[in-house]
Design a protein around this ligand. Structure first.
Ligand SMILES: [Zn+2]
Length: 81
């Protein structure tokens, strides 16, 4: 008398990939972004010409890229298109 069901374990094994990445959230909202430029952009707040500039590509090619500008002197941030 055979009682007991055999379960095929090899088929039931699920391949769950766990991403063991070391994720660190860096709050860089207050940091300057991009490269420091001089005499290219003028801060509208303190008239400084030391401005960090970072290009941000938009997804669609129709739209121009956005320059994220951050003043190195006072930290004032703005955008140019
Ligand atoms: Zn400024």
């Amino acid at each position: 008398m055979q009682d007991g069901t055999e379960v095929d374990v090899s088929k039931a094994s699920s391949s769950i990939k766990t991403e063991a990445r070391d994720r660190r959230v860096i709050d860089d909202a207050d940091q300057q972004r991009g490269v420091l430029t001089t005499k290219t952009y003028i801060c509208g707040k303190c008239d400084s010409d030391q401005v960090y500039a970072e290009l941000q590509q938009t997804r669609s090619s129709d739209e121009p890229e956005t320059r994220i500008l951050t003043c190195a002197e006072c930290g004032h941030g703005w955008r140019e298109y």
